[in-house]
Write a protein that binds this ligand. Sequence first.
Ligand SMILES: [Zn+2]
Ligand SMILES: [Zn+2]
Length: 368
Amino acid sequence: MASGDSPATPPGGRHGAGTYQMLWDCRFCGTQKLLGITHRHCPNCGAAQDPAWRYFPAEEDMVAVEDHQYVGADKICPACQQPNSAASTFCSECGANLATGETVQTQGERAIGTGSAGADTRRDVVKDQFVAEMDRVGAAEASRPVFLGLRKNQLWIAAGIVALVLIVAGIVYAVSYRSSATGEVVRLTWERTVSIEDFQPRAGSGWRDSLPGDAYSLSCTERQRGTRKVPDGSHEECRDVDLGDGAFRRECRTVTDYRDEPVYDTWCSYRVDRWDYARQVASQGEGKSPPPAWPSYQLAQGIGRYGEERAAGQAESYTVHFRESDGDTHTCTFREQADWDRYDVGTSVTLKLTITGKPDCDTLAPAS
Ligand SMILES: [Zn+2]
Ligand SMILES: [Zn+2]
């Protein structure tokens, strides 16, 4: 064939932008790598070229088309099905009028990227047709109703929905399940705590543009804060587009490359005077005598600027310990003292237990 006038693969392994011949293989006599533009018929057996047989060549088989006049993808003769140049008015095979002829299906395009075309895109047409037929048969099989008018894949979705509903219903049942129980109060305990803050120099650090306004004793160093993209050369990316007339166009574009460059900024350690948590004082007790009371404490006055203390929040909790009739001991803790005052040691109680046997403290109440 025409390998004699094919230019060798250029330096760098890739042809540049331009127009090149698609290749095709004659299915009748087996001649390979015929040229899409030059060989409208097989030079060996005379069979006409079928556009469906065309493929993109490997880099070393690419043949440029000089002064390519693109008039559009080939048209199929409505009378004899032979492809003709879109510029023709009448079929070169049978002479029929091509006005109502359809445009041939192209081979689409292929991306080359920054590499070169290592192989051609020749396909096994017989195998492709076989696979397409098998897909069609398989799709028909899958769409046949098998149960209650549902298709096979719809049946799986329905089963999944049923399983999901059952799981959700099971979770709702387990979370909301309650059994009744009775018991007797065996202990009552309480705790009250007060948090105390003090005013001190605190250590901190941050970027210089976001330091507190009253920061002092700064100690700063340069440090990488992030990166920025800077242009760093370029490379060429190509793709091949089938024109549908036996040729394809290689389109290339220049893409800018970028690299990351570090960005530096000033990072500072500093001190700043602030109120912050210092300690906690607590009082605990059992029973109602003496009654629950807040802890007594002394706040430091500080020396000079620092060390002064202040109360900053308090918390209280009240716990009822009870023995269930089957012997298990549980506790319920309340935030409000009034909820706890309803009980005394020896008080009979009723309550609900969850599915794991834990008390639901919202349901705890003295037995009437
Ligand atoms: Zn042939
Ligand atoms: Zn024709």
